[in-house]
Design a protein around this ligand. Structure first.
Ligand SMILES: *Cc1c(COP(=O)(O)O)cnc(C)c1O
Length: 228
């Protein structure tokens, strides 16, 4: 079942890219493996999937050690500053940078590694009370402060669309994120902000049409999650 789902996802990504004139190789899938056991993740790995996303630090750490070392792990959930020390040298990207305090902490550990840590700024585009992320009016001042931190590679932005079946609302959220990115490109032409992490199982096609480069997909591949 996982293989079939992966194949049909790949076909849909290609079809959507063709319809909006994008190169399918510019859209990468981060398989969201939260709540899944390692044997299930290994099955996906067996089908050449190596980029995985987790939203909790403890769960991420438990799985990293039990999966092959050529896997790439992305932290996609809220990160508390005091937990940076557990993940900074293990993750390929942090999608949930949402405060200057967190940025400073990541920067501190990146300097220890003597390299930059790739981060995306999570933006609460719909300004929902229930969501983490930087509010739209705080984005630009925060970007400018973070670009001064030598340990952070601010590679782009991440957003979660509201839970709604209204495609117009979803599209406008994704579009807003892209506009934020494009505005940053104008202000900071020496940076590329190339990544837009947006689109999940239910809205990834709209996300591709609006410029997503990283899709975070779980249930479409693995089935509905069971929370225990
Ligand atoms: C769970 C989760 C996803 C994946 O959601 P699906 O609807 O299962 O594809 C994507 N992004 C984040 C931040 C998540 O927590």
């Amino acid at each position: 079942m996982i293989l079939n789902n992966l194949l049909s996802l790949r076909a849909d990504i290609q079809k959507t890219c063709a319809s909006c004139g994008r190169n399918p190789s510019s859209v990468k899938v981060v398989l969201v493996t939260k709540t899944l056991e390692v044997d299930v993740i290994r099955e996906a790995y067996g089908h050449a999937m190596t980029v995985f996303g987790e939203n909790k630090v403890q769960e991420l750490l438990r799985k990293i050690d039990r999966m092959p070392s050529d896997c790439e792990w992305h932290l996609i959930g809220h990160l508390q500053s005091n937990k940076v020390k557990y993940v900074y040298d293990k993750v390929a990207m942090i999608h949930s940078l949402d405060s200057f305090r967190l940025a400073q902490e990541i920067d501190k550990f990146a300097r220890r590694l003597n390299r930059k840590i790739k981060c995306l700024m999570q933006v609460n585009v719909a300004n929902e009370d229930t969501k983490f992320g930087v509010s739209t009016e705080d984005v630009f001042p925060l970007v400018s402060k973070i670009l001064d931190l030598k340990g952070i590679d601010l590679a782009g932005f991440m957003a979660i669309a509201p839970l709604t079946s209204d495609e117009g609302i979803i599209r406008s959220c994704f579009r807003q994120l892209r506009v934020i990115r494009d505005t940053c490109l104008v202000h900071y032409p020496h940076f590329s902000f190339s990544e837009l992490s947006m689109g999940m199982s239910n809205d990834y096609k709209v996300a591709i049409e609006e410029g997503a480069t990283l899709l975070r997909i779980g249930s479409l591949i693995f089935g509905e999650r069971v929370y225990t």
